[in-house]
Ligand binder design. Sequence first.
Ligand code: AMP
Ligand code: MG
Length: 284
Amino acid sequence: MSENGNEREGVRTVEKGYPRYRVEPGERVSLATIDPDETEHYRKKKDVAKELEKQRRRIQGLQARLYAENERGLLIVLQAMDTGGKDGTIKHVFSGVNPQGCRVSSFKRPSAEESNHDFLWRYHKSAPARGRIGIFNRSHYEDVLVVRVKGLVPEEVWRERYRQINDFERNLSLDGITVLKFFLHISRDEQKRRLQSRLDNPDKRWKFSSADIKERAFWDDYQQAFEDVLSNCSTEHATWYIVPANKKWYRNLVIARTIADTLAAIDPHFPPAEEGLEDIEIPD
Ligand code: AMP
Ligand code: MG
């Protein structure tokens, strides 16, 4: 029995009555041992509706404090295999969050200007300011994922990047920006279903890229690259969470809950009001 009890493969330690998907610093991750179909005791979308709404409201309330306090920030990194659900997560978890305090940055193939800088440049520029939540839809991790799998730089260059990334995230966290990272874990079969549904559904076809089929052939290489990312870059400053993501509704719940808990741990406060406000009368 582990310290928190109830340990089995896929669902690791239970705290607060729900599974822990956090990767401990130094832990060697094997994705094959983590079940992407995990849903705790929930069976269908309806079962999590109330709980998801509760977590969204927690996020909204805590974000208002984070914004007002204007001291600390939160950077949320989303990474996944193609069709893993990064866009859906943003849509469903952040609906209702005040757009003024929140910014989504999506990273594609670097532009000519971006390629002319050090690889972290474009990410650092998009890091959230104090009081803000920044969401990275893809991130600096692409530079040890697609870049590695496609051999876009030599191995000695990408190998060094784990350390550069850890240093970058440590610097952010020491300066008040908490870094929270989610890997949305889907199975190979689930990716096939989702690609097929993009083809079959006229409203989703725009999302289909024949490049996705080519990338799918590199499934094993990507899984390996993700395992190295998760094993090398979950630190005390910037934690990785592996989220079972075959069921979209469960994925949304886990991510919303983890963000709400992280914001609660940051514990932002409204700044103190000016003194003597009780005596003020607003003139006509
Ligand atoms: P999507 O997110 O589907 O719009 O696709 C964006 C594409 O940009 C993906 O194929 C990524 O692999 C690619 N991409 C993102 N960052 C990088 C990078 N640093 N180097 C090369 N390709 C990248
Ligand atoms: Mg795509």
